[in-house]
Design a protein around this ligand. Structure first.
Ligand SMILES: Nc1ncnc2c1ncn2[C@@H]1O[C@H](COP(=O)(O)OP(=O)(O)OP(=O)(O)O)[C@@H](O)[C@H]1O
Ligand SMILES: [Mg+2]
Length: 135
């Protein structure tokens, strides 16, 4: 898998969430995603960036253009050193929230992405990796 050097963005404020959205849109356009897929990946990234800020206490987003067998993709890694998620399976369910949300962020982000990985340890933090492939 060929990999261009990625772009790391801090997520410590609501403005940073907006910047992540914009950066994701830019890369999605660069790799030639259609409008619907651009919007899907921007929406997924927005939800995950908001979780990083609200529950993770802030962190980073890493944006990478990737390529596999001639197919281009966009991979985004969200990482924080917050409290982590005790029950990942529960957190992935529609409607599960420990805050005031709708509990649709993680499950929605998974549906909107081509690939979705989550790794979280109580006391250590959370990492979510999503990929959107062009085809
Ligand atoms: N980065 C994170 N660190 C710690 N806990 C998290 C993190 N991301 C998600 N969670 C936990 O998983 C739950 C579900 O997240 P999800 O995004 O699906 O819903 P929500 O943020 O509560 O509501 P919504 O996103 O619909 O506004 C959260 O309520 C929170 O308990
Ligand atoms: Mg959320």
């Amino acid at each position: 898998m060929a990999l261009e050097s990625g772009k790391s963005l801090p997520i410590v404020s609501q403005d940073d969430v907006v910047r992540v959205r914009q950066a994701v849109r830019t890369v999605a356009v660069e790799i030639g995603l259609g409008l619907v897929d651009q919007t899907k990946v921007v929406t997924a990234a927005s939800e995950l960036a908001r979780n990083t800020l609200d529950y993770g206490g802030g962190g980073i987003a890493l944006l990478e253009k990737i390529e596999k067998q001639g197919n281009q993709g966009l991979r985004i890694t969200f990482e924080d050193k917050g409290p982590g998620i005790g029950d990942i399976e529960a957190a992935m369910q529609d409607g599960y929230t420990t805050g005031n949300g709708l509990g649709l962020g993680l499950s929605g982000a998974r549906r909107l992405s081509s690939e979705f990985e989550i790794d979280s340890r109580p006391g250590k933090g959370t990492r979510v990796v999503i990929t959107k492939w062009k085809r």
